[in-house]
Design a protein around this ligand. Sequence first.
Ligand SMILES: [Zn+2]
Ligand SMILES: [Zn+2]
Length: 282
Amino acid sequence: MYLVEFLNVGFGLSVVMRKADNSHVIVVDCGDDKASIYDQKERRRVSEYLSQTGIRTVDLLIITHEHDDHIGGLEKLLQQCEIRECWHGCLSPVHRHNLQAHHIATKLIADKAAISIDTWTLTVFQPDPLKAERINQVMHAGTHEGDAAIGEKLNECSLGVFLSGDQGKALITSDIPSDYWEEKADLYHQVHVLQAPHHGDTQALPAVLLTCAQLQWIVVSADDEGTWELPSADFETHVKKYAPHAQVVKTAEKNSGCDHSGVRFVFTENEAWQESLICVKS
Ligand SMILES: [Zn+2]
Ligand SMILES: [Zn+2]
């Protein structure tokens, strides 16, 4: 059995992918760290969620890009877990040194890398290798001017994560902009579970992604509280137009009758994806 869990980290992204016995655990992004976000008791920092789940070791941490809503929770994760390896895209020297100080093996994904976990293949890809290389150069030069310009471009160079197995496929799009997918749709045409790019931004979700033949679930990783005006007000209408059979689920759905800490997808040997909510006792 294999689990993919999109945590309710408010506005931000943190995904846990793990074998059900926790013998192999992957974390994609760490969510934000602002204390005010976690005032709502159902929300969970990834560090807290892993600890509640009995997980002390993360085999692979993937940092898609270093915006606060994706990397803010890194420090607490470093404090609470042993992280064996970290794959990243554009990452400033301060974060690289921090990972090295914790003796974590790091790998810059300049283009693409993949690993196998049992029958699954996990592929991590850089959507814009040339731009990412330039950003990394500027980050290492460390000029203030460069930093301001970089901030706006990080979404364009956020890593994508594609999980593929016989039972189904999941695509984590992080904050990758819409034009990337136009040429790549054939690669991902059988995705069952799609993380809506950029926290439910209609502008970032092109029709080609929504017309994936097997698409069943679209996960919006954001709380619906108007942050950056995301998710977009017309998000569900947009989805219905191109993918009428797909179900939209939000990491912060509030109709579950329990404190909703995220969305979990479960793969078993004989069944396709099942979706359930991660509920915690208050
Ligand atoms: Zn983001
Ligand atoms: Zn971002």
